[in-house]
Each structure stands twice: as C-alpha cells, then as structure tokens.
Design a protein around this ligand. Structure first.
Ligand code: GLC
Length: 424
C-alpha cells in the first residue's frame, strides 16, 4: 500500500550489486543474450569477494547525497541471492568467497542512518531449473527461443512451474521475515509470465501479512502501488504516484567499459524536473565486486548532495509545481501550496519570469543564501482576463547557483492559477 513517506522522500539510491561486477559485464543479461558463455558467467562466482563491503559507508554517502531510501538487488535475474537463502539456488553465502549474508549489514546500516529499506527482487529467475517450464498466454511475448526463460514447444509443465512458484514464495517469505521491516519491495522481471501465472493477488496477501506497511512498485503486471518509468525521463507525469529509475552512467551494475557518467549538473536538472512533475528519482549506482562505489559515482552523489542539502526546503515534502510553459525551468510547491520554488537551470539575465499566477506575492528570496530580490507582480487586472506576470529582478553581479538556482516565492494564500486565453 502506498505510504506517505514515499512521495515526500523524493530521492532514493538504487544499487545493482552482484557477481556480474566481477567481469564488469551487464547484470544477468550477458548470460541471457549469450554475450558470454554460461561458463564465463558462472565463473564470476569465484571472484565475488565483497572484501571491501561496508554498507555503513554506502549509507553515509546516500545521506550526503540527500537520499531518504535505498533499494538493493537482493536477487537479480541470474538468481544469485545476496542472503543466506534456505531455498535451492545460488547465493553469495554458499557459492562465492564472500561467504556471508550481505543483507543484514545493509538493513542495519540503512536504519542506523534513518533511511528507508528497499529490496529489489527479480520475479523471473533464469537460473532456476523449473523456471523455464511454461509460456505466457497473454503477454506480448512471441519469441520463445530463450532456453533460460521458456520450454521448447509442446513441453510445458505446470507441475514444474508449481515448484518454481513454491521456491519463489519461499525466498520472498525469507526476505519478509528475516530482516525486520521492509519499507519497499521493488519487483522486476514480471514480463515473461501472465499475472495469473504469478498469482499476484495471493502473493500480495502473503507479503502484507508479514509486512503490512510495505510499498510495492509496479512490476506486478497491474498489482503494484506506483509506476516505474525507466531510463527515459517522462515527458508527461504518470497518473499514479511514480518513481523514475535511472543510472548515473549507462549501466545498472558495475561495467568496466562504461565511463559515461552524467555530470552533476545534468543529475540536478533531471532530479529537479522529476520532482517538479511530482515524481521521485531512484538513482542507480553499480559497486565493484569487492563492494565499493566507484570514486566517480561517489563524486556524482556528493555533487548532487551539495545541491539537495542547500535546497532541502524546496525538495522534501514538496508537491509538483507549475504546469509546463508558465516558467522555463522546473518548479515545486510547499504542501500548503503557499510557497512556490522556481528551479532555474540557466544563467538569468535581467529578470526571471513566471506566468499564470493569480496570487499576490509577499516576498522573493534566493533559497540557500537568503538574498532578497525585488520583484514586480501587478495585481490581476480583471478586465484583461489574465494575471500579471511575476518578474523577479536580477541585480547586477548576481551569482547563480552552479547547478540550479532556486527562487523562493512566498504567495498570499495557496497558489491560484488563471489559465485563460484572455479576452476574445
Ligand atoms: C530492467 C532490467 C534490469 C534492471 C532493471 C532496473 O528491467 O532487466 O537489468 O535491473 O531494469 O529497473
């Protein structure tokens, strides 16, 4: 069920941590796609040490970035569990030199840093012997050639699928009973089966009996609590609550050949635009096999953190701001809608303009420095049918924020827009 903390949190950190970091190749997909042979893929088990794994350090970094929650891959599509699962299948405890449960220290570190606990869990499991036992009947899948996902034509086995579902439930039971409160279950990999085959209503009941306050993301084929647009920033806000998940570079897990980290300024902009449309950002990092977040990704999170901490008031607990076209930047509103925050990405010239606002304005300041700015806001001239523009004066020598300047506009009363064509 959706919980109030989630839309207030705005920023979460996504962590794809698994054996795929050993060779620095795509998480699970390199096995599925044949980029490497199964032998090479599974040989990574031997190199997964987690020798520098320190989730306290992670949590400290996430807090510095301004995040309020984190989501860790407890099991990706390759089926390797990061905890000591009693179910069959591989785990870092049984099958890698790491040799220990990595989830308990993670949840402890998050809670100690007052961060909400999120578990990513792949529904599909390309390594389980009974996973590739049936085919979907209703989904868009037409290519059943992948042997990790589907049985050969005419060889479906509902019985083996039943085994897989028992295994799937067992692992989720463990995740929901051995690690204390789980705030968020972030499912993935729902697409190779129909909702009836997964039996999501039963799954939800089973999980909420153990974790009554857990939030489910959308990858439950219609049974989740919020939408998860991925990698492409939405142009129009989804109708339900939502969270945009995106990588700092181009890869979810650590990839040795990916140096395409977005700049801090780019991350700030994407984040501001996302919250300005009422969404959260779940920003992904890929730690190396020993458990470290790379220096460049740390630098990006800290850079984002400089901006989020300075502008906290405009971020946490805010709601979506002005509709597109009224201000050329992003904007957020305080919950009581009496304070408008204008996030400007470019260097201002002479004045900053916002349109469509009917309210009188009490005061304009620069968030984070407190500098008060002069402004003009003609009262709405009723006979014109349109409100006067807000014009914030930019003094000579004004120093904008290096990533995005936020103007705090205190309104008389809750924001009232006048979206009109003017007189005919
Ligand atoms: C995709 C991919 C996966 C990644 C996920 C994150 O669905 O299968 O590799 O974990 O997106 O959103």
């Amino acid at each position: 069920m959706m919980q109030p903390w989630f839309p207030d949190a705005k920023l979460g950190i996504f962590i794809h941590y698994g054996i795929y970091a050993v060779e620095g190749i795509p998480e699970s997909w390199s096995l599925f796609s044949g980029q490497v042979t199964p032998e090479v893929y599974w040989s990574q088990l031997d190199g997964f040490t987690a020798s520098a794994y320190d989730p306290d350090e992670w949590a400290d970094l996430f807090v510095k970035a301004g995040a309020k929650y984190a989501v860790l891959t407890t099991k990706h599509h390759d089926g390797v569990a990061l905890w000591d699962t009693k179910a069959e299948g591989r785990s870092v405890v049984r099958d890698t030199p790491a040799g220990r449960d990595l989830l308990t220290p993670y949840v402890d570190a998050l809670r100690a840093h007052d961060l909400k606990v999120g578990f990513y869990f792949s529904q599909l499991d390309w390594a389980h012997p009974d996973y590739a036992s049936i085919r979907p009947t209703k989904s868009h899948y037409t290519d059943f050639s992948n042997r990790f996902a589907f049985p050969p034509d005419g060889e479906e086995s509902p019985e083996r699928w039943g085994n897989f579902i028992r295994f799937h439930r067992q692992q989720l039971d463990e995740l929901c009973s051995e690690f204390g409160d789980v705030d968020l279950l972030w499912f993935d990999g729902d697409w190779e089966r129909d909702p009836e085959q997964w039996n999501f209503p039963e799954l939800k009941e089973r999980i909420t009996a153990k974790q009554p306050n857990v939030i489910f993301n959308s990858r439950m084929l219609g049974y989740g609590d919020y939408a998860t647009p991925e990698q492409g920033q939405p142009i129009i806000a989804p109708d339900s609550p939502w969270e945009f998940c995106m990588t700092v570079n181009d890869s979810w897990g650590y990839q040795k050949a990916d140096f395409n980290e977005k700049s801090v300024r780019r991350l700030v902009r994407i984040f501001a635009e996302t919250i300005g449309m009422g969404g959260n950002l779940l920003l992904d990092v890929g730690p190396t096999a020993d458990g470290q977040i790379t220096p460049i990704q740390q630098e990006r999170l800290l850079g984002l953190g400089r901006w989020t901490h300075k502008h906290a008031e405009a971020i946490y607990g805010s709601v979506a701001g002005l509709p597109a076209g009224l201000f050329y930047g992003a904007s957020t509103l305080s919950k009581d809608r009496e304070t408008l925050y204008l996030h400007q990405f470019d260097v201002p010239r002479e004045y900053v303009n916002a349109r469509g606002i009917r309210n009188n304005v009490k005061r304009v300041t620069v968030l984070g420095t407190g500098e008060e700015l002069a402004f003009k806001k003609p009262v709405t001239m009723e006979w014109t049918g349109v409100p006067g523009d807000l014009e914030i004066q930019i003094p000579d020598g004004f120093t904008p924020d290096p990533d995005a300047t936020v103007y705090k506009v205190e309104l008389e009363g809750p924001l009232e827009l006048l979206m009109t064509k003017g007189r005919s």
